[in-house]
Design a protein around this ligand. Structure first.
Ligand code: MN
Length: 250
């Protein structure tokens, strides 16, 4: 079953790379959309959470994110969150295998579940939001919603960048769809995310950026703003659009 999960994940990643972005956005059917959220979590038959395949080489995002950062970030930091998340669930005697239910009641299960569960899932998202073919701007319904809720793509970009760059300490910048169907930009500390019951702003994550120093320090040192600016060159808007369409239809 572990092997089957792996093959399923690989097939989804493979399909994504075979479809040219312009075709993918215009021909996105419900089956392709369903795979966007499904591709975010990998689990073994025992319910243990697994790291999804990265889907590109460690050096594929250069010069915006360097290979050493990717190797350590995915291979050490994210791997650590993954194993500690599984251990924390075991320790808390909390055996749900539905990560969305875990986040919805995370305040009941201690900081190890909260911190490592967020660390596991937030990075799963982050790897998918980056692509060597990324950059540019969103299209379709998402582009329209960004204009409706922020005024323009440029205004959204400025708000997201400023929010992420100015977040004090470790955390993440987020774009999310709230319960009223509005897009919101926020930042959250540590490994919290908008799916958690502890988050002051809740909704479906559509985009994030890791602003822990381990995400940029090797290449950018203290210049978080430069890393945030570079992120716009690698954002996979086709994936963000797919998550948005799914959230609208949920
Ligand atoms: Mn990180």
């Amino acid at each position: 079953m572990k092997k089957r999960e792996f093959l399923k994940t690989s097939a989804i990643l493979g399909a994504g790379t075979l479809i040219a972005p312009s075709i993918a956005s215009s021909c996105m059917n419900s089956a392709a959309q369903a795979s966007a959220t499904a591709s975010l979590v990998a689990q073994g038959e025992d319910g243990l959470f697994l790291q999804p395949e990265l889907g590109y080489a460690f050096d594929a995002l250069e010069p915006h994110v360097d290979a050493m950062t990717m190797e350590v970030h995915y291979g050490k930091h994210h791997a650590g969150y993954t194993s500690k998340f599984n251990a924390a669930l075991e320790h808390a005697d909390f055996h749900s295998t539905d990560i969305y239910k875990i986040f919805a009641s995370v305040s009941d299960h201690g900081n190890a579940v909260r911190n490592n569960g967020g660390g596991y899932y937030n990075h799963n998202l982050y790897w998918k939001f980056m692509s060597p073919e990324g950059g540019g701007e969103p299209t379709g319904k998402l582009a329209e919603a960004i204009v409706a809720d922020f005024g323009s793509f440029a205004e959204f970009k400025d708000l997201f960048s400023a929010t992420a760059a100015s977040h004090f300490g470790s955390g993440w910048g987020w774009l999310l769809l709230d319960g009223e169907g509005k897009l919101q930009v926020t930042s959250l500390p540590n490994q919290d995310n908008p799916l958690m019951d502890v988050s002051p702003v809740q909704g479906t994550p559509l985009l994030n950026i890791d602003v822990w120093e381990h995400a940029y320090y090797l290449n950018y040192q203290n210049m978080r703003k430069s890393y945030v600016e570079a992120y716009w060159n690698i954002i996979d808007w086709r994936f963000v659009e797919a998550l948005y369409e799914e959230a609208l239809n949920a």
